[in-house]
Ligand binder design. Structure first.
Ligand SMILES: NC(=O)c1ccc[n+]([C@@H]2O[C@H](COP(=O)([O-])OP(=O)(O)OC[C@H]3O[C@@H](n4cnc5c(N)ncnc54)[C@H](OP(=O)(O)O)[C@@H]3O)[C@@H](O)[C@H]2O)c1
Length: 264
């Protein structure tokens, strides 16, 4: 039973922001769990294609690059059109591409606010809408399709230095049960993963010097005293998108080493 519970045998998956960090961890998890094809998307074409080659070599399934800027509706349409040309359905969509922004409120620029909301909030909404027909196509009561959003523990923390970022992620979390209810009758389950600090490009300036006071202070604040990595993210993503997770919908899973428990 256990083998089937966590199997993604034959599944067709799409992971935005799949060229590095959390998206690449989830894409790898899906492939190693048996997915037939995992499409990854990001802007930097060379990096994306290199990651697709790297991940394809690790499993029987294929990782396929679809380059594009998902902050623009045109980029979302290119992704949707390419998928429709190649697949008659998809089983899993992970809306993971995101940008981290921060700084004092007094210095906040409208274009940075718009860019943060555009990629972290508007993009996942309209990527999901653009791929809705593909998600519905093979989804059944017994084997529903899955949509995953990537939020952040910042959504729950009152850190004034990341106001736009935290607001964008908090709204993704508010939207999660709404979209879950809206799509339940189409047999599409919608859940969100809210990570704390993970090794990725976004956090490189914190972890690349493990002796820095900043890195040590962050580890001190996280109850399990470590960053998250490949297995932490791949494990939860595979659970949510396999038979094991098929009774979850509208949930926000805090993948944070207990960090939110320390918020007063
Ligand atoms: N790392 C953490 O500790 C952490 C914690 C909480 C939440 N998160 C969330 O996790 C998600 C992934 O972040 P990460 O940490 O893995 O960062 P990352 O390593 O920088 O990866 C970001 C990915 O998104 C892609 N991307 C960025 N802008 C894009 C755009 N306009 N269109 C399409 N793709 C775009 C990037 O590729 P290109 O630059 O080539 O486009 C890359 O593939 C984000 O939503 C982030 O907010 C991360």
């Amino acid at each position: 039973m256990l083998e089937n519970l966590y199997s993604m045998n034959g599944k067709i998956c799409v992971v935005t922001g799949g060229s590095s960090g959390l998206g690449s961890y989830m894409a790898r998890g899906f492939l190693e769990a048996g997915a037939a094809r995992v499409y990854i998307s990001a802007r930097s074409e060379d990096k994306l294609k290199a990651k697709a080659v790297e991940l394809s070599a690790l499993a029987d399934g294929e990782c396929i690059a679809i380059p594009g800027d998902l902050s623009a509706i045109e980029g979302i349409q290119v992704l949707a059109n390419t998928l429709k040309e190649n697949e008659n359905h998809i089983d899993v969509l992970v809306n993971n591409a995101g940008v981290g922004t921060g700084g004092p409120f007094a210095d906040m620029k409208p274009e940075v606010w718009d860019m943060t909301m555009g990629l972290n909030l508007r993009s996942p909404v309209f990527v999901t809408q653009a791929l809705l027909d593909l998600l519905k196509a093979n989804a059944t009561h017994e084997d529903p399709a899955r949509v995953i959003f990537t939020s952040s523990v910042a959504a729950s923390e009152n850190n004034v230095r990341v106001m736009a970022y935290a607001t964008s992620k908090n709204t993704v979390e508010k939207m999660t049960p709404l979209l879950a209810l809206a799509l339940c009758d189409d047999h599409i389950l919608v859940n969100t993963i809210a990570p704390e600090a993970f090794y990725s490009e976004m956090t490189r300036d914190i972890w690349e010097d493990p002796d820095s006071d900043r890195f040590k202070a962050l580890l001190e604040r996280i109850p399990v005293h470590r960053f998250g990595g490949l297995e932490d993210m791949a494990g939860v993503a595979v659970m949510l998108c396999s038979r094991a997770g098929s009774y979850f919908t509208g949930e926000v899973l805090n993948l944070d080493g207990g960090h939110r428990l320390t918020f007063s």
